[in-house]
Write a protein of this length. Structure first.
Length: 122
């Protein structure tokens, strides 16, 4: 399978069947398939995928919302919103250092960070 070739991963037959079923029942848009494969790359061979696939959306809009909600739960709404905003506004993109600098100057992002994640020097 192409996933194994490109990502160095192999799916069990159960995982492959579940993935095929989801692809056939969902939107076949390239971005939807890319998002689904990005999540599949995180599976281990011991993962039972039925529960996960039941919760994975079947439309591109819902899949993007699923992704963004997960990022917001992991990193916080302020950080995700400001990061995506900066990336959108940067005409030629941003380097990691530029993004770090811009976010470190944002008081709303800084205040939203847990105290253990706040740098001692700004």
């Amino acid at each position: 399978m192409l996933l194994a070739d490109r990502c160095g991963r192999k799916l069990t037959q159960e995982q492959l069947n579940a993935l095929s079923d989801r692809l056939l029942s969902g939107e076949a848009l390239p971005m939807f398939v890319h998002l689904l494969v990005s999540f599949v790359r995180l599976w281990s061979s011991t993962d039972v995928v039925d529960d996960w696939l039941e919760s994975f959306p079947t439309t591109l809009d819902a899949a993007l919302e699923f992704l963004l909600t997960g990022l917001e739960q992991c990193y916080g709404v302020q950080l995700v919103a400001r990061t995506l905003g900066l990336m959108t506004l940067a005409e030629l993109g941003l380097t990691d250092a530029e993004l770090d600098d811009a976010l470190s100057l944002d008081d709303a992002v800084f205040e939203a960070l847990p105290s253990t994640a706040k740098p001692t020097v700004r």
